[in-house]
Design a protein around this ligand. Structure first.
Ligand code: IPM
Ligand code: MG
Length: 378
């Protein structure tokens, strides 16, 4: 089997310590199943600025370009932001830049509340229904994050005008809609498309295009929901959702909300995918199609708990599982990691974010110990 080349960019805050656990779990999985991972680490974010003067150093970008997938930690340290211009800060100069540079338009965020963690869900038990199992499909390279103009104008007299622009084209909506419908076909076949069609031009176009794309997927039930109502429905009746399709910013907001329902933001992995590409250097006579992917926890750098062995490594570890599944087609291997996470939770291992002192059989574990428990369970 060919070697899988992975760029591991741990970044800032809790990034390095959760990345260490993800690599640990990947190495155990590699040994058990017999595939070969070539993992190369490189600095990004403030770590990139400190090492090479840029949030996305040229060498790091070059490494990403020759890799099959990027396993990413997290970037950004708000305390240091004022020391450099906003365009050079890690979120924009590294994370958004990589998303755009590699055309990673499809962001998949699977939220699942494990039975054993029902107590970590902020909702009353009766609101949890038959369980929370939602896939947020977030458009990642359009909308307000990237639309032009994007600037702050000086109006004089101490007044400014800040402008962000929400832009979507038909093809951009079509391609993410196809991803969402295909994902729904593999799940409970229900798609809720989120928009603000009562106010925004973008919302009207979004709804039209998603409806049209939906004609190709008659087996999937499509509903439309305004984003404000969706935010409310998530806390009232989350079990009604299967796949939620969102534009970039709505997806950013609703995926954090959904993550909290799933127990903790520290449990939410994500996969950011582009269009399939032909893999180079494939030894088979027929080139195989692979998806270049970027895999990262949905949470941030959590500077307040960084370096203290307190962070939950599960989102990072599950991001590694998504990488094996989506970029390398290693489905059994990915499932082995996901099952190991479930087992470690069943055994009572709890980092602080999912710990409840009243839960019998649960014990507080550190980042490293949680990683060890998951590695042992693989
Ligand atoms: C996320 C994060 C990023 C985003 C930030 C760090 C720029 O919140 O991946 O959800 O807004 O996309
Ligand atoms: Mg976010």
């Amino acid at each position: 089997m060919k070697t899988l080349n992975i760029a591991a960019l741990a970044g800032d805050g809790i990034g390095p310590e959760v990345m260490r656990e993800a690599v640990k779990v990947l190495r155990v999985t590699e040994k058990k199943f017999g595939f070969t991972l070539n993992i190369t680490e490189a600095p990004v974010g403030w770590a990139g600025i400190d090492a090479a003067g840029k949030a996305l150093p040229d060498a790091t970008l070059a490494l990403c370009k020759k890799s099959d997938a990027i396993l990413f930690g997290s970037v950004g340290l708000p305390d240091r932001d004022p020391t450099i211009p906003k365009e050079e800060r890690p979120e924009r100069a590294a994370l958004l830049r990589i998303r755009k540079e590699f055309g990673l338009f499809a962001n998949l965020r699977p939220v699942k509340l494990p039975k054993a963690l029902a107590h970590s869900c902020p909702l009353a038990k009766e609101r949890q229904g038959d369980g929370i199992d939602i896939l947020v499909v977030r458009e990642l390279t359009g909308g307000m994050y990237f639309g032009q103009p994007k600037k702050t104008e000086d109006l004089g007299g101490g007044n400014f005008r800040a402008i962000d622009t929400m832009v979507y084209t038909t093809p951009e909506i079509e391609r993410i809609a196809h991803v969402a419908f295909k994902a729904a076909q593999l799940r409970r076949k229900k798609l809720t498309s989120i928009d603000k069609a009562n106010v925004l031009e973008n919302g009207i176009l979004w709804r039209e295009v998603v409806t049209r794309v939906g004609k190709n997927y008659p087996d999937v039930t499509l509903d439309h929901m305004f984003v404000d109502n969706a935010a409310m429905q998530l806390v009232l009746k989350p079990a009604q959702f299967d796949v939620m399709l969102c534009e970039n910013m709505f997806g950013d907001i609703l995926s954090d909300e959904a993550a909290a329902l799933g127990g903790s933001l520290g449990m939410l992995p994500s996969a950011s995918l582009g269009l399939p590409r032909k893999s180079e250097g494939s030894t088979e006579s027929r080139p195989t199609e692979t998806v270049f992917g970027f895999y990262e926890p949905a949470g941030g750098t959590a500077p307040d708990i960084a370096g203290k062995n307190l962070a939950n490594p599960i989102a990072q570890i599950l991001s590694g599982a998504l990488m094996l599944r989506y970029s390398f087609g290693l489905n059994d291997e990915a499932a082995a990691i996901e099952n190991a996470v479930a087992k470690a939770i069943e055994e009572g291992n709890r980092t602080g974010d999912i710990f409840n002192p009243n839960e019998t059989g649960a014990r507080k574990t550190g980042t490293r110990e949680m990683g060890d428990a998951i590695a042992a369970a693989v």
